[in-house]
Design a protein around this ligand. Structure first.
Ligand SMILES: [Zn+2]
Ligand SMILES: [Zn+2]
Length: 345
């Protein structure tokens, strides 16, 4: 029996579809990631942003239409940059295609089908959903654990975004893939300024604890992932204070989350549309060395310690060992491969 594997390909990296000369390396489409499981074969697509059009054409060129394409599309949420490619997914127009769209539970009486399939109405698009050749099913997910057969399990976690947004933890043949976009760290929602008339020390402390617990829950959700694909829309300078509450993470925080969650590999995803290839390269060169060279504080119940990357490495703790490409080549690429240019460590 041949070895099982999970292959991941990024078809998009941004927030707006902006293909242009200075986005040819990382791409200018919006969220879409292909996850191909082998033995048994399963096609999973994470989000249906404008990148799904390219993926669809690639699948059709590869002969997917001959046997009938079966795919599971997992939507993190229904913001437009994550669903706007759905009507342009060519396999939907080919008889024999079967697609199941998984996504967040209904909000305010708007079902997943109404929001996603609703793009295929005369107001927005010349083709109606009922005219499509494919069989399309919808499945609404809540926080919890799901078994999708063939040894594939998926854990769902609510993230911190203005609209209900799902983080996914896919497990297949011992490999773990996690998504953590669109999201930002949970924060204290109560007033923390003692000079403010609305300040209540008890509420302020409770808010602090609640935020800490939520953030630890997210770290636990990502724990030990072979690959974490994380929101990295801003830098800390851009995030604070202007973009707090917009539901996206600073690149420095994304790296910190990856480190604290002991992930083996981190992909920075969902970039600010103004970024060019050069700007993304510069971000990688700036923020990864900064993260690896600084002193980190770690805590476990009853214990807290500080460590730099080097010392941690010497102690053979997991935190940083797998954060280098060299380490990962041996440990990771044999059965979980990642294609497509991305900022990946
Ligand atoms: Zn969003
Ligand atoms: Zn988004």
């Amino acid at each position: 029996m041949s070895r099982s594997s999970m292959k991941i390909k990024f078809w998009a990296f941004g927030v707006h579809p902006l293909p242009r000369p200075h986005t040819v390396k990382y791409g200018g489409n919006t969220a879409c990631i292909e996850v191909k499981l082998e033995n048994p074969d399963r096609l999973i697509i994470l989000d249906a942003g404008s990148g799904i059009r390219e993926l669809g054409n690639h699948l059709v060129a590869g002969g997917a239409f001959k046997t009938g394409l079966k795919a599971d599309i997992f939507l993190t949420h229904t913001h437009w940059d994550h669903i706007n490619g759905f009507p342009f997914f060519t396999p939907l127009y080919i008889p024999g295609t079967q697609v199941t769209v998984h996504g967040p539970i209904a909000m305010e009486n708007h079902s997943l089908e109404k929001i996603v399939g609703g793009q295929l109405t005369y107001y927005y698009f010349p083709v109606q959903e009922t005219d499509l050749a494919a069989k399309i099913g919808y499945r609404e997910l809540k926080e919890g654990h799901y078994d999708f057969g063939d040894g594939l399990t998926v854990q769902v976690q609510y993230l911190n975004h203005p609209l209900l947004c799902l983080g996914y933890r896919f497990a297949f043949q011992g490999k773990i893939l996690c998504t953590g976009y669109d999201t930002e760290p949970f924060r204290n929602l109560f007033c923390t300024d003692p000079s403010d008339p609305g300040y209540d020390p008890v509420m302020a402390q409770e808010g602090e604890m609640a935020a800490l617990q939520e953030n630890q829950r997210i770290q636990h959700f990502f724990d030990g992932a072979d690959l974490l694909i994380h929101d990295a829309q801003y830098t800390l300078e851009e995030y604070r204070p202007a973009k707090i509450g917009w539901g996206h993470t600073a690149v420095e925080t994304a790296i910190e989350t990856g480190l604290k969650s002991h992930v083996k590999r981190l992909a920075l995803f969902h970039h600010e549309p103004v970024r060019t290839d050069q700007a993304l390269d510069e971000m990688e060169q700036t923020f990864f060395p900064q993260a690896l060279n600084r002193t980190w504080t770690f805590s476990l119940p009853g214990k807290e310690w500080k460590s730099t990357c080097e010392k941690t490495h010497q102690k053979k703790l997991k935190f940083f060992i797998h954060m280098t490409m060299v380490e990962m080549k041996g440990a990771f690429l044999k059965s979980l491969t990642v294609e497509g240019p991305t900022i990946l460590r």
